[in-house]
Design a protein around this ligand. Structure first.
Ligand code: TRP
Length: 463
């Protein structure tokens, strides 16, 4: 095992895992999901999923990884359950799919950094033209994949850990500064009201399904990324407190990203909040205008810095996404790390091409699919995102809980957790985690999965 690498200490692991969690999910997709889900009602469900259901899944993933010191597919097998390997493989495939479109959006963020650096504030209103320009965006995305691969090829502590340690704190400081600024804007209050005062009539099954998918996506759960990161964690580390910190950091950053965004949306719409539900373009259309209002010099400095840091946040996430298939072929196929990295990065970049083309360039991919019963065609990228985030990740979470409770058994899970947490046995947290993995997660996640499947693919709405 010694040549697999490991994190140098608990802080290194926490920062890398928090770096994996915090990314475009928090700053790009969280605000638009909140906007599309009617605001605060979405937020409530989201918080419920993160703390009540996702947290136990996170602890379980890390415990499985640390116990086996292997990639997701190898991990289930090493615990003596060969048939469960398929769950690991499914997770690795989900990760590959996620990275393929995620890298395109990361390319947008990086491209916006370049645009704002040259003072091009109009890019906000030109978003749809920008994403259609596949050669430009493709180049940015290629650079992004290249840098990701470079960091992953440097190994666990030298690359992944070192990058996270610097980038995370800077990003948080920056967003907090922007929160203060946006609260001073006209109509800020209407934005905050939209974000924090719930209207429960907005709560439909699809909003709940999206909140669940967003929770898994944002916490990097359900596909084995944390099994993989867990495999580099020391035996004396306390998994429960690490997971708590990662969850709090991730939810906290998404929450303050909302505090930053919605006053800006309110400011730009004179308080009507129209367009808050516009979808994937939200931060890209709204933010440049807000930066412009800071004045030419400050606007360029703050605006370009923001998108640079967003790119960095995305980078610590793409690194974790690439690490999973890489660990798989290193462990299972005996390929050298460096080679594995470049092979995987190339394959995933190519798999991202349909997503790249699906934002207006190719008619076929742009209106790729019409769900049964849906009026509008969905682009390939949205389709990939719906399938991976809202369907496969929660399913993965559900199956991981079932695996831990009914195959591996809770006493083994508990024993692994207790290694770094002396008072764990008999504690409230132990009882809760056991209840969650045996009953709550399988039941709630399983039900939501079935309902979402019926609704998304067969147009059946039960409530
Ligand atoms: N959590 C990251 C974000 O919010 C994305 C991500 C990184 C991810 N690794 C993952 C999502 C593994 C699912 C699984 O941007």
């Amino acid at each position: 095992m010694s040549n697999r690498g490991s994190f140098s200490n608990k802080l290194g692991f926490i920062l890398a895992a928090a770096g994996s969690a915090v990314g475009l999910g928090n700053i790009w997709s969280f605000p638009f999901e909140v906007g599309a889900g009617g605001g605060a009602a979405f937020l409530m469900v989201y918080l419920f999923f993160c703390f009540i259901l996702c947290f136990p899944v996170m602890v379980t993933e890390i415990a499985i990884g640390r116990k086996t010191q292997l990639n997701p597919a190898g991990a289930y097998e090493a615990l003596g359950f060969k048939k469960w390997r398929i769950l690991g493989i499914l997770g690795i495939i989900s990760g590959v799919v996620i990275l393929s479109f995620y890298n395109v959006v990361a390319g947008w963020a990086f491209g916006y950094f370049i645009e704002l650096l040259s003072g091009h504030f109009e890019i906000g209103s030109q978003f749809s033209t920008f994403i259609k320009d596949v050669f430009k965006v493709g180049l940015y995305a290629m650079v992004f994949m290249f840098v990701t691969a470079f960091i992953v090829s440097k190994g666990v502590s030298g690359g992944i850990e070192r990058a996270s340690k610097i980038l995370m704190p800077t990003l948080i400081t920056m967003i907090l500064g922007l929160v203060f600024y946006s609260l001073t804007l006209d109509h800020a209050f209407e934005g905050i009201k939209f974000y924090l005062v719930p209207d429960f009539s907005e709560l439909t099954l699809s909003v709940m399904g999206n909140a669940m998918g967003q929770a898994f996506f944002s916490l990097s759960l359900g596909m084995g990324a944390l099994i993989t990161y867990g495999s580099y964690v020391g035996k004396n580390d306390n998994i429960v407190t690490s997971a708590a910190f990662i969850t709090l950091a991730d939810v906290g950053i998404a929450f303050i990203a909302g505090l930053m965004m919605f006053p800006m949306v309110a400011y730009l719409t004179n308080g009507t909040m129209e367009g808050a539900g516009q979808g994937a373009g939200l931060i890209f259309t709204v933010l440049p205008g807000a930066f412009e209002s800071l004045g030419p010099l400050l606007g360029v400095v703050i605006g370009s810095l923001f998108f640079l840091l967003l790119s960095f946040a995305a980078l610590t996430s793409t690194v974790s996404l690439l690490e999973v298939p890489v660990a798989y072929i290193v462990d299972e196929k005996g390929i050298k790390r460096r080679r594995a990295v470049w092979i995987m990065a190339t394959i995933i970049f190519v798999l991202g091409i349909p997503s790249l083309l699906s934002n207006g360039y190719s008619g076929f991919f742009t209106s790729f699919i019409t769900y049964v019963g849906a009026e509008n065609a969905t682009s390939f990228m949205d389709f990939a995102q719906n399938v991976a985030n809202d369907t496969f990740l929660p399913l993965g979470g559900c199956l991981i809980s079932i695996f831990a409770a009914y195959a591996w058994k809770t006493q083994n899970l508990n024993a692994e957790i207790a290694l770094g947490y002396p008072n764990y046995m008999g504690s409230f947290i132990q009882k809760y985690l056991n209840f969650a993995v045996t009953i709550l997660c399988p039941l709630v996640l399983g039900t939501m999965f079935l309902l979402t499947l019926l609704q998304t693919f067969f147009g059946v709405t039960l409530f």
